[in-house]
Write a protein that binds this ligand. Structure first.
Ligand code: MG
Length: 388
């Protein structure tokens, strides 16, 4: 079997970069794209805001405490969807094997493109330049590897405007110095279990005793992580991959009591979901309402619709019907969320792109210890910075 060549491309601080591009006065400043000033969350922010500790998904309240001088810009979904369409069209000119993960992130299988377009690094460099040109200046970071997982990790190591190559055959060594949090499936809880077992880096995990790992995580979990830790990930890039859902939710500063106060946030979430469905040319056949009580117990109700849902009003009517099915009298609620599922392309709009999720959490990547460690081990050829 020939080794695959997979690119993971991720636009840098996507929403915020679109805002800075369209309002040049914002350049060089801490900019937050976010929602409601007291209840909303940070969708994304510029790297200048990240220096103050602002992060995606952080509450606006906390973000403004950390960076009071930040300029807060409300999201413009249409502008992001338009930029996304340009980015995806540019990627699809390189290969039809493009699997979108969100508006600004995708895997590309360029194995068959090599004969025509050159080695993977040349392909990636050209793609980055083409995207920058086609979007009037937006930058992307790209990771190149023989599998999805390592490509995704690589794209993340040198943001913004990064280009990181993991040479074929060096996957395990490439991953070794990185923190175990980077492994898919390792959330805060699993990380805590692993830390307690003395495992900090993926290299620690590679050397860990499998049986001990299986006792801590279960056989399946241990098997999954041991494989990922050495870059063993044989999943193909699937261009037909579809968005599972488009959702919006919020946690309240203070618990809300009873069902009535939930109507207003539910309406806002329906508006947000409708905006994103519209921006991405999708419509939904089902709606899920999610309510978390103050004791963290979660209740979900799902309803399907005979007609496709696109409008906030339609979503809201269904959501309120679902709310009526949850016994909430005098119950304290800490979170409410709405998600549209059973998605299908809305063929009435052209150039439909399949997916839209909230911008992923983009941790700032220090070029520090991790990259230096890899560089020290393998030389400069492994890590090539864009333009370098
Ligand atoms: Mg991104």
């Amino acid at each position: 079997m020939t080794a695959r060549t997979i690119l993971h491309l991720d636009m840098d601080a996507f929403y915020a970069s679109v805002e800075v591009r369209d309002q040049p006065d914002l350049r060089g400043k801490p900019v937050i794209v976010g929602g409601h000033p007291t209840r909303g969350v940070v969708l994304t922010c510029t790297y200048e805001a990240r220096k103050f500790g602002v992060r995606s998904a952080m509450s606006m309240v906390e973000a403004r405490q950390r960076c009071p001088q930040a300029i807060v810009v409300p999201p413009r979904g249409e502008a992001y969807a338009e930029a996304s369409r340009v980015v995806f069209a540019t990627m699809r000119a390189v290969t039809p094997l493009v699997e979108g993960l969100s508006l600004d992130e995708a895997f590309l299988d360029v194995t068959a493109s090599r004969a025509m377009f050159g080695d993977p690094e040349t392909i990636a460099r050209r793609l980055k330049a083409q995207i920058r040109e086609a979007t009037s200046g937006l930058t992307a970071s790209v990771g190149i590897a023989s599998c999805k997982f390592v490509a995704k990790v690589a794209s993340d190591l040198n943001k913004p405007d990064g280009l990181v190559v993991c040479p074929v055959g060096l996957e395990a060594a490439f991953l070794s110095p990185l923190g175990i949090e980077r492994l898919w499936g390792v959330g805060p809880k699993t990380a805590e279990v692993l830390h307690r077992a003395g495992l900090e880096t993926i290299g620690d995990l590679q050397r860990a005793d499998f049986d001990a790992l299986a006792r801590a995580l279960g056989a399946r979990g241990a098997h999954h992580l041991s494989r990922l830790a050495v870059g063993d990930d044989d999943r193909a890039v699937d261009p037909s991959h579809e968005a599972k859902s488009v959702g919006s939710e919020s946690t309240f500063d203070r618990d809300l009591v009873g069902p009535d106060p939930l109507r207003e946030p539910i309406l806002r979430h329906c508006e947000e979901v409708a905006r994103r469905l519209r921006g991405d040319h999708l419509r939904a056949r089902a709606l899920v309402l999610k309510v978390k009580r103050s004791d963290h117990s979660l209740i979900t109700r799902r309803s399907t619709s005979p007609t496709p849902l696109t409008e906030a009003g339609e979503l809201y009517a269904l959501a309120i019907e679902l709310l009526g099915r949850i016994p909430l009298e005098r119950v304290r609620t800490r979170l409410v969320g709405v998600s549209a599922t059973a998605l299908e392309p809305d063929h009435e709009s052209e150039g439909a792109q399949q997916e839209l999720f909230a911008e992923r959490n983009e941790r700032p990547r220090a070029l520090g210890a991790v990259l230096d460690a890899i560089e020290e081990r393998f030389g400069r050829d492994v890590i090539r910075r864009a333009g370098g």
